[in-house]
Design a protein around this ligand. Sequence first.
Ligand SMILES: [Fe+2]
Ligand SMILES: [Fe+2]
Length: 168
Amino acid sequence: MNKDANAFRRGEFPTDAPIEALRTDHRFVKELFERYFATRDEGEKKETGRHVLLLLEMHTSLEEGVFYPRVRDADPRLVDHCEEEHEEARQLIDRLKPMDESDPQAEQLFRQLADMIMLHVEEEETTLFPKVEQAGLDLSAIGMEMQALQMRMIADRMQKPVAPGLRQ
Ligand SMILES: [Fe+2]
Ligand SMILES: [Fe+2]
């Protein structure tokens, strides 16, 4: 298994509890950001920075590809707002991908991205997820679709020795 796919091996995806899977991603993203900012080791900073970008891309794809459309009716305006925040984050991610993660300018952009993502995560966890949990949706069907998409994304990455826009 190549390193990109390995970055996503963070435990079994609980198909019957997709919200828990998203929360687990959120915790992992937070941990990776903390490790990125704490380390003085250039290699570790590079590796951790790359992992957090990959995980964020995968997580936002899962939410935009399956979760958001399936839960949209619970609060369409809130879901629109979440999608706009993803778009802002994506613009930062696209700027960061070709940069050297240990570059001081990259660290500044990582800080902006981390602040933006933590606010977004807070909003999902305290506002969107509770609404979804109360909406009486078939969460297990949503979880199965998310798992299928996740497996396709991992398989896709494993076929490529280097993910587009990323350096080894
Ligand atoms: Fe999100
Ligand atoms: Fe999320």
